[in-house]
Write a protein that binds this ligand. Structure first.
Ligand code: LMR
Length: 341
């Protein structure tokens, strides 16, 4: 087993590689904490013309760290070169939102980037590349990317909602007075936006339904939900820029969830393609849903979840928001003329 895993490098492409999120993420990848202590990796770093100097600096720091598992570092600004043979594509590069902006306000600016990167992945990446889209609005960017990469299975595209899941777990644990490892089955439904639905109906604390442990249901419905929905925005207000370290941690969590078997009875959230979903969520969008993995890089949707009016009503709202975003990028998905509300 061991010799086998030493034989082959895993090719990891990262866009926005000179940015803040990547500066945390790349050193985690290189250290072995993501793919394990026996798995050598190659990092293919995509920057922009504007960031190429900074990217050279990042590559220097990676080299100077003498990570035993880091066998190759390449940098570039052409996705058709950088994405060559990528088995993982972590698409972080995009203009981030500033104070007072909604993530959807970035649709125009960032959509184009993801169309181009989808085309590049389609042309040169491994045909089973797993793509995790982080740049906002990440659900719709993931959809754009997917639509421009018809040779890659639609299932392979993820929009990062793991940060929202982690935020929700933390708040539930704080409220219940338990350590956060006691919180499980945490679904984020829908868009990585303020319409997202952190599902306290199916989530569990120490194996019990959240509502049995936290009796203050008004807190769950109002404060908790809003806190998770607005956490990213509040952080931008306070820090003056969007979350970086916690985002990198959640990317690590998202990758690990796909390459290790999901613990019995638990699940994780990821924004994935809705075709064939068992929840009657509208098809042909990227929507955060509960997933399980055998650890092979793939996932299946969890079937045994329950719904109530509260959750369903909110699912419809986040679904409507994603449909509106989709209409607004029709020119980028090859589906006609864009119409923005
Ligand atoms: C976050 O959730 O912190 C990121 O998506 C950044 C943002 O715009 O909120």
């Amino acid at each position: 087993e061991e010799t086998k895993s030493w034989e082959k490098l895993v090719n990891i492409a990262v866009s926005g590689a000179a940015g803040m999120i990547s500066n945390h993420l790349l050193f985690k990848l290189a250290s072995g904490e993501v793919f394990g202590p026996n798995q050598p990796i190659a990092l293919k770093l995509l920057g922009s013309e504007r960031s190429i100097q900074a990217l050279e600096g990042v590559a220097m720091e990676l080299e100077d760290s003498l990570f035993p598992l880091l066998r190759e570092v390449r940098i570039g600004i052409n996705p058709y070169e950088v994405f060559q043979d990528a088995e993982w594509a972590l698409l972080i590069g995009a203009k981030p939102r500033g104070p007072g902006m909604e993530r959807a306000g970035l649709l125009d600016i960032n959509g184009q980037i993801f169309a181009e990167q989808g085309k590049a992945l389609n042309a040169v990446a491994s045909h089973n590349v797993k793509v995790i889209v982080v740049g906002n609005p990440c659900n719709t960017n993931a959809l754009i990317c997917m639509k421009n990469a018809p040779n890659i299975p639609a299932k392979n595209f993820h929009a990062l909602t793991r940060l929202d899941e982690n935020r929700a777990k933390c708040q539930l644990a704080l409220k219940a007075g338990v350590f956060y490892d006691q919180v499980s089955n945490m679904t984020i439904w829908g868009n990585h936006s303020t319409t997202q639905v952190p599902d306290f109906l199916n989530a569990r604390i120490s194996g019990l339904p959240v509502k049995e442990v936290i009796k203050d249901h008004k807190w769950l419905e109002e404060e908790f939900t809003e806190m998770v929905q607005k956490r990213g925005g509040v952080l931008i207000q306070k820090w003056g820029r969007s979350s970086a370290a916690s985002t990198a941690v959640s990317i690590v969590d998202a990758i690990k969830s796909l390459i290790t078997p999901t613990p019995e009875g638990d699940w994780f959230s990821s924004g994935v393609y809705t075709n064939g979903n068992p929840y009657s969520i509208v098809e042909d969008i990227v929507f955060s849903m509960p997933c399980r993995s055998k650890g092979d890089g793939d996932y299946e949707l969890v079937k045994d979840v329950i719904f109530d009016d509260y959750v369903l009503k909110r699912i419809r709202k986040t679904e409507a928001e994603l449909l509106a975003e989709k209409r607004c990028v029709a020119h980028l998905t090859g589906e006609g003329i864009a119409y923005c509300d």
